[in-house]
Design a protein around this ligand. Sequence first.
Ligand SMILES: [Mg+2]
Length: 378
Amino acid sequence: MLSRTTATASLSVSALSSRNPSLLLCHLSLKTSRFFGLEKLSYISPNPLSNLSSIRWNSNKNNSDNTNKSNKCDSSRMEGFTTRASAQPLKNAEELIDSVETFIFDCDGVIWKGDKLIDGVPETLDMLRSKGKRLVFVTNNSTKSRKQYGKKFETLGLSVSEEEIFASSFAAAAYLKSIDFPKDKKVYVIGEDGILKELELAGFQFLGGPEDGGKKIELKPGFLMEHDKDVGAVVVGFDRYFNYYKIQYGTLCIRENPGCLFIATNRDAVTHLTDAQEWAGGGSMVGAISGSTQRWSCSTFMMDYVANKFGILKSQICMVGDRLDTDILFGQNGGCKTLLVLSGVTTLSMLQNPNNSIQPDFYTNKIPDFLSLKVATV
Ligand SMILES: [Mg+2]
């Protein structure tokens, strides 16, 4: 039994405007999700970007038409499901490196923990670059834009270009672009600055975000909250200033504006805001909106976006991450090789727990093991 499913550095979309949202938007691979007690299974088509290009924002659909149909991922198509063998400890890093053209690294728990760089990472990245490997860095954290992430890499002493970074804030804007979201419609943002910056760069109108962080609702008899009828999408990401005003505003838009999309940048249960403990993640904000709208989003497209942008065969990509139910599943669903590192949230005992069915191809303690394991073939 697979566990709760989300996807790394990708976004989830409730496409209320689509005629068959469960198939059109559940487009990465087979996945099972337990979310608010629901168990959802979806088959995702192998070429999501081509699907995405055929999806158009459509304001003519009546929301009531979709309420009980959308976001219920298709549970009837399980043909893509395969049981994987147990993960193997990485013994021959050179062989893995030679077989891969591109490494996609999750950041938190792989490259850094909180604001601390993991020892040996710079040397490892240098070695991979010297071998001509393409490196891509993905992050579910939507609080920063790609440019802001570039600065974080720089601060940590890592030389990474903006083009190599894929944050879920960017993914939200890229997704809206890919579906030709109308420029005269607005996006309501529950999230932080990163989403606003990426929407602005993409030329979309938006409202909400940090600006609504201090807003309060005074419940007087007969009080009615107005909302902008031109909001055509609500983007929800991690938000330290989450409040009831935002929940109600986003809920009104999704429930009352015809065709309004519900886009989740990620559904991480926990995140590492500091390296001292785990903190409630973006899933807590997304969960609140799902709770009030009774809508769940279930799709991702980041892996395909990366593969298409760089023209990479997915079989030549290795997804490296510290979470089973996000990073590893994301890589597997995308048809990539997968490497779990134990430098983040997953321990060896969690990996080997009989109840865990998500098995990466390989696991190792941390990515600097690439350096020490490189002579394993000799
Ligand atoms: Mg991580």
